[in-house]
Design a protein around this ligand. Structure first.
Ligand code: BG6
Length: 521
């Protein structure tokens, strides 16, 4: 176990070089048409359009492609193209400033207004797609992207099936955004609906965390290096901490978040995906289904938290008013659209165990919250102490054990903390870190998660997408906690934590009971 974490220990940054790039496997996106349901929404404006533009700018999109945006708003192609330009002005991070490139990009966008519940809309859509497929010579390849509120998913999927749009002369794929259901029963019902219209290989359940570089690198780090895997187990690892801390509050998403909360919003997908990648067994080949099989297998080994153990192994909280980066910020219950007596948790922490040979007895502490002191997502592997501390007489405070941190954001990279002797005649130890930084090492900025994921959809690679069985398992793990919290909320308030803090003290309790501490934010 670790003595108290000491963030004041001096650390040394060791940087290294990168050997010349080896032969790389390239994703080859195929020609195709992208249909975005919910084209006037936030996700489309903030993420999808800028991601497509960055791909286009980088020459990564196929030569033949088009987009049909769709929503209830009445617009023609021209007005939609103006809104595409406006999204780029507001949200594109690296525009080369070449106006002709912008024009060529924007001219690929078309628009079809309509009511997604009306069968008539889908026959118009079909006719439009047949024309655009011919015009752009996309061979009938189509990607439907559900970027609407989740309540519309099932209707759209049913209508696509009824209109025969689940198949075409080329391939047809469908991207489904999170949340996939709001509990196990609704996720299963949605799965059945999806599978009655599409085959599993046509379905891409998106989790944007899987598109982040460090998250992808977790597998490369573990399975392309010989030195880590032998110590990646209960014999050497004391515990693992997975943190996804945000400084943002609920913003303008109360309509969705009030019915969701931190456990549904961040754990059912992102945090359990990170857990799966860190703990899965090596697959025999680097293939989508073999990797997804291993992720399912390890999730099946996660010990369910029993109803009577909920308080022992979980904690929740809701941000109250506080100060963040020197500015006063409102509490959750005063945010626009949030009920004044809301019991929605904006922070959650879990202590999980994995019942298999590799991980028996190793606790995994997961936490995520909004309006915390710092934005930080990382996976920290805390190793065990040395078996015999021969330096004991030199130390007042014990030594910090080795920690390997996979930093997801900000500053994607990997660091290893270890002990070193201070220079000079005095005999004393200090903790230093060897730090690998993506941007510094490769001298190229990491692409946004959505860029990678859109490319994968067009290339037909489902590796970084959730499979139906994984999604169902993740819900079944969380259901006892969601049910218990729901029941408890009737009689007990959700503990508050001040905005700008590290979360509720109940979360510290999870760790302190075991003599451990959360890593500082
Ligand atoms: C989304 C959640 O999936 O992830 C948001 O719905 C959250 O509530 C976001 O803010 C965090 O993503 P990122 O990439 O900023 O860590």
């Amino acid at each position: 176990m670790n003595p108290k974490q000491n963030s004041d220990i001096p650390s040394v940054v060791v940087s290294g070089g990168v050997t010349p790039q080896q032969e790389c496997k390239e994703l080859v996106p195929e020609a195709g048409g992208l249909v975005i349901f919910g084209a006037a929404g936030d996700l489309t404006r903030r993420k999808l359009i800028p991601a497509l533009f960055h791909l286009f700018q980088g020459g990564l999109l196929p030569d033949r492609w088009y987009v049909v945006g769709s929503s209830r708003n009445e617009m023609d192609d021209g007005a939609f193209r103006e809104s595409v330009n406006a999204s780029l002005d507001a949200f594109s991070k690296n525009d080369s400033g070449d106006p002709s490139l912008r024009d060529r990009f924007v001219n690929r966008f078309h628009y079809l207004p309509g009511d997604f519940e009306e069968a008539g809309f889908y026959s118009h859509l079909r006719e439009r797609l047949i024309r655009l497929d011919q015009e752009h010579e996309t061979g009938g390849n189509r990607l439907f992207y559900l970027a609407t509120p989740p309540g519309l998913y099932s209707g759209i999927i049913g209508q696509l099936g009824a209109a025969g749009l689940n198949r075409s002369a080329g391939w047809t794929r469908i991207v489904i955004e999170k949340p996939f259901g709001k509990d196990l029963a609704s996720a299963q019902a949605l799965s059945l609906e999806v599978r009655s219209v599409f085959k599993e290989e046509q379905v891409y359940r998106i989790d944007h965390y899987l598109g982040k570089e460090t998250v992808q690198n977790t597998l490369f780090f573990r399975f392309a290096n010989a030195i880590f895997e032998p110590i990646w187990n209960r014999r050497y690892i004391d515990h693992v901490q997975i943190t996804a801390a945000e400084t943002l509050g609920v913003e303008r998403r109360a309509g969705y978040y009030e019915g969701a909360g931190a456990l549904r919003d961040m754990f059912q997908n992102h945090l359990l995906q990170l857990l799966s990648l860190v703990t899965m067994e090596p697959p025999s080949r680097f293939e989508a289904d073999l990797i997804r099989d291993e992720k399912v297998k390890v999730l099946r080994s996660v010990r369910p938290i029993l109803p009577q153990e909920i308080d022992r192994f979980s904690a929740r909280g809701q941000y109250g008013p506080g100060v963040l980066e020197g500015e006063p910020v409102a509490g959750y219950r005063s945010e626009p659209g949030v009920a004044s007596d809301s019991k929605t948790e904006t922070f959650a922490a879990l202590q999980l165990y994995i019942d298999n040979w590799r991980w028996q007895g190793v606790p995994f502490y997961l936490r995520s919250g909004k309006r915390l002191a710092k934005r930080m997502t990382e996976i920290a592997i805390e190793f065990k102490q040395v078996p015999h501390l021969l330096f004991k007489p030199l130390l007042s405070d014990g030594i910090q054990s080795n920690t390997l941190v996979l930093r997801v954001q900000p500053g994607e990279g990997i660091s290893l903390a270890f002990q070193a002797k201070h220079p000079g005649p005095k005999l004393c130890l200090g903790c230093v870190t060897m730090d690998f930084n993506y941007d510094g090492a490769f001298q190229i900025p990491s692409p946004e998660a959505y860029e990678r994921l859109l490319l994968d959809c067009l290339a037909g690679d489902p590796m970084l997408f959730g499979r139906g069985d994984w999604v169902a398992l993740s819900w079944s793990l969380l259901m006892p906690i969601l049910d218990a919290w729901n029941e408890k909320s009737a009689s007990t308030p959700v503990p508050d934590y001040p905005a700008g803090s590290r979360g509720p003290k109940e979360a510290d309790g999870l760790m302190e009971r075991d003599g451990r501490h959360w890593r500082p934010l």
